[in-house]
Design a protein around this ligand. Structure first.
Ligand code: TYM
Length: 332
């Protein structure tokens, strides 16, 4: 089977609906056709300020949500990035073939460093995409399913793989990004022209997978719409309603026109009530499964450890080959 790789940062106690729709739903559906590797990228999360105990807890919570959403650790390899040492090691090697200007063109870095200022920006944030490339390339990955905000990083990964292969021989599979066009970007419910994000300034427009369902329902009811009153998809002039339609369609597997038809001649109140119900029905069971898993952290940790062993086998083989190719002396 071809290989699939993807991951998420443990940057909050709960994933948000953008992570769920933009990534997890694809992952779940692709894990049959692909040999899949899913990581919780805790090394990446260190580029933001973190309380150590909280980071550990967020890492477990993220893993539990993968499983609760349908990633099966007996079929797919689900592990914590820092448990496989090869990630940090390959990142170093790749950093030596990455251009400074090339890294400097990453829009996510430009946005973040502009927001925090250079004195508050760490070098890890700058080399973040190189670590992400290492994640992907260690597993000889064919496809990388992500939301649209990660596309540039996967393009960089491709460039680095091609450059390394040209210089040192074919060590890496060159991966392709897979981005579901309709759901590549879920927007904030209060600010529907901004991407929904775990690090949003206000929580009012973010739907959390692990929130009390009543809270999520309330957020849907309060979502920003427009004054037209017609449930109709039009990203340009009706960003709020269009975003709600996208979420509705993704969570039910229905097509947007069929949802438009269902709510034709009815107001936004009815539409939001319908969506709130969909959200509660979808997130409720996921939340319960995740909380069940978190009630037995010892068992969860054991699952993660055995999956890390499986991941390390693949990763270590790639890393040894790379060490040989670049001319590092083998320790006898
Ligand atoms: P992260 O943790 O920010 O997001 C995880 C995944 O969720 C997607 N996503 C969204 N999709 C649609 N709408 C949104 N509003 C939305 N917000 C987030 C992201 O595109 C992503 O697919 N650098 C990565 C993690 C990473 C990774 C990797 C991914 C590290 N190594 C290797 C793939 C392969 C990140 O910070 O994702």
């Amino acid at each position: 089977r071809p290989r699939l790789y993807s991951g998420m940062q443990p940057s909050a106690d709960s994933l948000q609906v953008g992570n769920y729709i933009g990534a997890l739903l694809q992952w779940r559906d692709l894990q049959d056709a692909y040999e899949a590797f899913f990581s919780v990228v805790d090394l990446h999360a260190l580029t933001q300020p973190n309380d150590p105990a909280e980071l550990r807890e967020k890492t477990r919570r993220t893993a539990a949500q993968y499983i609760a959403a349908g990633i099966e650790p007996s079929r797919s390899t689900l592990y914590v990035q820092s448990h496989v040492r090869a990630h940090a090691e390959l990142a170093w090697i790749l950093s030596t073939i990455t251009g400074f200007g090339e890294a400097n063109r990453m829009t996510q870095f430009k946005d973040k460093s502009a927001r925090y200022g250079t004195d508050q920006t760490n070098v890890g944030l700058f080399t973040y995409p190189v670590l992400m490339a290492a994640d992907i390339l260690l597993y000889q990955t064919d496809i990388v399913p992500v939301g649209d905000d990660q596309k540039q990083h996967v393009e960089l990964t491709r460039d680095l793989a091609e450059r390394f292969n040209a210089r040192y021989g074919a060590a890496f599979t060159v991966p392709i990004p897979v981005i579901q066009k309709e759901t590549a970007r879920i927007y904030d419910l209060q600010n529907p022209t901004a991407k929904m994000s775990k690090s949003a300034e206000s929580d009012a427009g973010v739907l959390w997978l692990l929130d009390d369902p009543a809270v999520s329902a309330k957020k849907v009811m309060r979502a920003v719409t427009d004054s037209e009153g017609t449930v109709r998809y039009d990203r340009e002039s009706k960003p709020g309603v269009s975003n709600l339609l996208t979420i509705y369609a993704a969570l039910t597997g229905r097509q947007i026109p069929s949802i438009e038809d269902e709510y034709a001649g009815r107001g936004y109140g009815d539409f939001k009530k319908g969506l709130a119900e969909v959200v509660v029905n979808e997130f409720g069971p996921v939340r319960e499964r995740a909380l069940d898993l978190l009630a037995d952290p010892g068992e969860l940790d054991r699952v993660l450890a055995s999956n890390a062993d499986r991941a390390a086998e693949v990763a270590d083989a790639t890393l040894s080959d790379v060490y040989d190719r670049v001319g590092l002396l083998r320790r006898s």
